[in-house]
Design a protein around this ligand. Structure first.
Ligand SMILES: Nc1ncnc2c1ncn2[C@@H]1O[C@H](COP(=O)(O)OP(=O)(O)O)[C@@H](O)[C@H]1O
Ligand SMILES: [Mg+2]
Length: 293
């Protein structure tokens, strides 16, 4: 029996109740740690639990869940846990890479994996000029840390692009601009765990929408992946360095390219569509890593 944990800033999500249940069924215990109620300690590295007035102890493996709510605080606690010897399913540096569209693009480009041409920058006229020269129209502006399609905007022409970039610049947002992959609205979400494809779903956006996020109302259906797509998803997970990941493949004409490598994929829609026991597989992967104290 292993003592497993989830580290999150949203401990009440139903997803984690399901993980607890899966751990119990497999004879383990799983604690949902509220990262915002723990403090990272630098020296000696570890985590302080003020509720118990003591260092956090006994956790044998951890699944980090880093969303847009206080990501740096969660990553600080995660790094301290890791430095104190707790194995983590997804390490801090790859999580940072996967959360950032630009760093992900650099990793994909260095490995020669297909992805939409992307430029990064901030000053609106400079970035618009680079995008017009290198990416073309339509293009897609993305906040570097967008989630669930929020902060992902299609621009049909240079005037529209400049207006969007100008607004985001004033708000202080860091962005990238990407080539739009036609026809838009169709993606495949591949869940990869420890270098293996767990399964895949196809997402289709509703009418008038190009973002195929389930959170934006896209339909989600199970899909059988071809070998090339499966290999592409596994390679994308490996170059970003993530153990558990949702790789989004975008339809780009007649081929698939890597659109996103998500280090904190949800699995509610995925499990409902495919019938796969994602929680059970995650518990197995955590238990494999567990180091008894
Ligand atoms: N370059 C692109 N061309 C066409 N569609 C895109 C492109 N980039 C993103 N999309 C669509 O927008 C959705 C959200 O973008 P994504 O990069 O996955 O950000 P998020 O992290 O917010 O989900 C994708 O699932 C896809 O449907
Ligand atoms: Mg996405």
């Amino acid at each position: 029996m292993a003592h497993l944990a989830v580290l999150t800033a949203k401990p009440d999500l139903p997803l984690y109740a399901g993980l607890k249940e899966a751990a119990r069924a497999a004879g383990h215990t799983l604690t949902v740690l509220d990262a915002l109620r723990l403090a990272a300690v630098s020296d000696p590295p570890g985590v302080w639990d003020p509720q118990h007035g003591a260092p956090l102890a006994g956790v044998e493996a951890v699944l980090p869940r880093v969303g847009n709510w206080r990501p740096d605080s969660i990553l600080a606690v995660l790094a301290a846990l890791e430095a104190s010897g707790v194995p983590t399913l997804n390490r801090p540096a790859p999580i940072r890479r996967g959360r950032d569209h630009w760093r992900t693009t650099l990793a994909l480009a260095a490995a020669g994996l297909p992805h939409p041409e992307t430029v990064a920058g901030s000053e609106p006229e400079t970035l618009a000029a680079a995008a017009a020269a290198l990416v073309g129209f339509p293009c897609v502006v993305k906040q570097r840390r967008s989630r669930m399609g929020v902060g992902v905007i299609r621009c049909a022409c240079r005037a529209e692009l400049e207006a969007v970039l100008d607004t985001l610049w004033r708000l202080g947002e860091e962005v990238v601009v990407q080539r739009f992959c036609p026809p838009g609205g169709v993606t495949r979400r591949v869940l990869v765990l420890d270098g293996e494809v767990l399964g895949a779903t196809e997402h289709r956006a509703g009418p008038g929408e190009f973002r195929a996020n389930a959170a934006r109302g896209a339909t989600v259906a199970p899909v059988a992946l071809g070998v090339a797509e499966a290999d592409l998803a596994v390679a994308a997970a490996a170059v970003v360095g993530l153990d558990f990941v949702g790789v989004d493949l975008l339809l780009d004409g007649d081929r698939w390219v890597v659109g996103e490598v998500n280090p904190t994929p949800g699995w509610k829609h995925f499990a409902a569509a495919t019938g796969l026991d994602v929680a059970g597989r995650l518990v197995e992967a955590l238990a494999r890593r567990a180091v008894p104290p």
